[in-house]
Design a protein around this ligand. Structure first.
Ligand code: NAD
Ligand code: UDP
Ligand code: UDP
Length: 338
């Protein structure tokens, strides 16, 4: 166990790791890299509501100011436009490192996962902050084990079109564990499975956002390949709860954070039809290279060690996302309000 000398004066007679969520305690200083993005902005909402001071570091590559604008003017909130590939000096207690070009359209040839993670680990080491990495189920590649447990080492193509993301996150995990073992940095690793919800990028090519936007715009739903490949879809509030429990808890991980409900892309299209437009058409398109055939988390470890499991099913979560997409696509009496 490593101590947190910098927490003295921040209510540290009761270290952050020991305080159950929901209990009153003095606020922490927390950096959220990628905090203007989809997941990050929901996390920021929860941290601010809990009374913490939050610094968002984001280069707005895929994130949007609109996602955090409701905190402008709050003295506990700061927004810094910064690329984490460049060094950064801050004094903080915790670092949630989410910055990452998260979609295939954006992640090619980008050093964020390696250089950005190294910088944030350097920062954590210098100030003694606890560091949480948001890794991904993609570290399992096209998995030969189903469902995937954290002990599975994965099946990743090192030279394929997706490798920059998969291998980038695998390297980020390696760096994180090296800083933990070598420099004594307190670290946490989450392996996130497909997550959806309000504020998701509309046009970045992910399947849930594509189908929802297509159904709303009366366009056909584009199913890639035969549509029999599977994914597990987690609602964003479940993920945020898992990330916070992981950060506050005692265990390094890695932890799978995902919803074990497994759907083929054709089944997902059906749920979207039921939710938005029963007459929405389906159009088949060629699949992308190296597309994993199936993916479903084994979340026993998170259940046991974090007391966490998802609560929102796809049929309950999808409508919550649809109202946000409807507003952003068709405007809220203002054109281009987002
Ligand atoms: P997102 O694209 O909405 O958020 C990523 C944020 O990082 C954006 O705001 C972007 O502007 C910012 N960013 C990118 N490169 C940066 C850089 N170099 N410097 C500073 N900021 C930078 O994506 P998200 O879905 O919110 O993903 C958040 C994290 O969760 C990512 O690390 C992603 O890999 C991980 N994850 C997400 C999912 C999912 O289904 N959403 C699944 C697995 C893992
Ligand atoms: N770093 C940073 N902020 C800090 C401390 C370090 O951005 O507060 C960066 C630093 O520029 C370096 C990386 O983190 O590129 C790794 O830092 P570390 O001290 O571990 O490595 P070193 O500088 O000794 O190679
Ligand atoms: N997909 C699809 N139609 C789309 C976008 C994606 O059928 O419009 C498929 C894609 O081929 C993959 C699955 O949906 O099999 C999930 O894709 P996504 O990019 O959302 O997530 P990931 O592949 O990273 O899990």
């Amino acid at each position: 166990k490593f101590s947190h000398p910098h927490r003295v004066g921040l209510g540290s007679s009761n270290p952050a790791g020991k305080i159950p969520l929901g209990l009153k305690r003095k606020g922490l200083r927390i950096v959220v890299t990628g905090g203007a993005g989809f997941v990050g902005s929901h996390l920021v909402d929860r941290l601010i509501a809990r009374g913490d001071s939050v610094i968002v570091v984001d280069n707005f590559f895929t994130g949007r100011k609109e996602n955090v604008m409701h905190h402008f003017g709050n003295p506990n909130f700061e927004l810094i436009r910064h690329d984490v590939v460049e060094p950064l000096l801050l004094e903080v207690d915790q670092i949630y490192h989410l910055a990452c070009p998260a979609s295939p359209v954006h992640y090619k040839f980008n050093p964020t996962n390696v250089v950005g993670t190294l910088n944030m680990l350097g920062l954590a080491k210098r100030v003694g902050a606890r560091f949480l990495l948001t890794s991904t189920s993609e570290v399992y590649g096209d998995p030969l084990q189903h469902p995937q447990k954290e002990t599975y080492w994965g099946n990743v193509n090192p030279i394929g079109v997706r490798s920059c993301y998969d291998e980038g996150k695998r390297t980020a995990e390696t760096l994180t564990m090296d800083y933990h073992r070598g420099a004594g940095v307190e670290v946490r690793i989450a392996r996130i499975f497909n997550t959806y919800g309000p504020r998701m990028c509309i046009d970045d090519g992910r399947v849930v956002s594509n189908f929802v936007a297509q159904a709303l715009r009366k366009e056909p739903l584009t199913v890639y390949g035969d549509g029999k490949q599977t994914r597990s879809f987690q609602y964003v509030s479940d993920l945020v709860e898992g990330l916070m429990r992981l950060m506050e808890g005692e265990h390094v991980g890695p932890f799978n954070l995902g919803n074990p409900g497994e759907f083929t892309m054709l089944e997902l299209a059906e749920v979207v039809q039921e939710t938005i437009d029963p007459n929405a058409k389906i159009e088949f398109r060629p699949n992308t290279e190296d597309d994993p055939h199936k993916r479903k988390p084994d979340i026993s470890r998170a259940k046991e060690q974090l007391g966490w499991e998802p609560k929102v099913s796809l049929r309950k979560g999808l409508p919550l996302m649809v109202s946000d997409f409807r507003q952003r696509i068709f405007g809220d009496h203002k054109e281009g309000s987002n």
